[in-house]
Ligand binder design. Structure first.
Ligand code: RB5
Length: 150
């Protein structure tokens, strides 16, 4: 099933792109919950990665979207959360494939890396894709099992 609800968050370096992504979600008819930040004032991206991931872990939405300057810090912070598979994407092929093959549930974008037009295509590529399962599920299960080895 295509994604129809997301939790979205950003830091100060992703704030303006987040506003644009939210407008795009509204146009697509995708429901969203915005956990902040709510301005371009400097803040700490792990706080917002955590806020998004906890809501995804709790089942409030199947997908979270995180935006910072590069998308990298957000993806690193998000991937420390059990059950979260975050992927920093800046091309549409990867954005689609990380959903189809890796069952990614938190795409991360960098406002300082990509432009608005590309960002919307990445959002569409991810949200309109579906996990393919099968051999890909076997592989996802293999690496998710690492979480239980701690
Ligand atoms: C903030 O300056 C910047 O470090 C942050 O948005 C992000 O790019 C970190 O990965």
């Amino acid at each position: 099933m295509k994604t129809n609800k997301v939790i979205i968050g950003c830091d100060h370096a992703g704030y303006y792109l987040k506003l644009q992504v939210i407008e795009h979600l509204k146009e697509k008819g995708v429901e969203y919950v915005d956990v902040g930040t709510n301005s371009a004032e400097s803040c700490h991206y792990p706080d917002f990665a955590h806020a998004v991931c906890v809501k995804v872990q709790n089942g409030e939405a199947p997908v979270g979207i995180l935006i910072c300057g590069t998308g990298i810090g957000m993806s690193m912070a998000a991937n420390k959360h059990r059950g979260i598979r975050a992927a920093c994407c800046s091309d549409t092929f990867s954005a689609r494939l990380t959903r189809e093959h890796n069952d990614a549930n938190v795409p991360c974008f960098g406002e300082r890396v990509i432009g608005e037009g590309l960002a919307m295509e990445l959002v569409d590529a991810f949200l309109d894709a579906e996990f393919m399962g099968g051999k890909h599920a076997t592989r996802v299960d293999m690496f998710m099992a690492y979480e239980n080895d701690r």
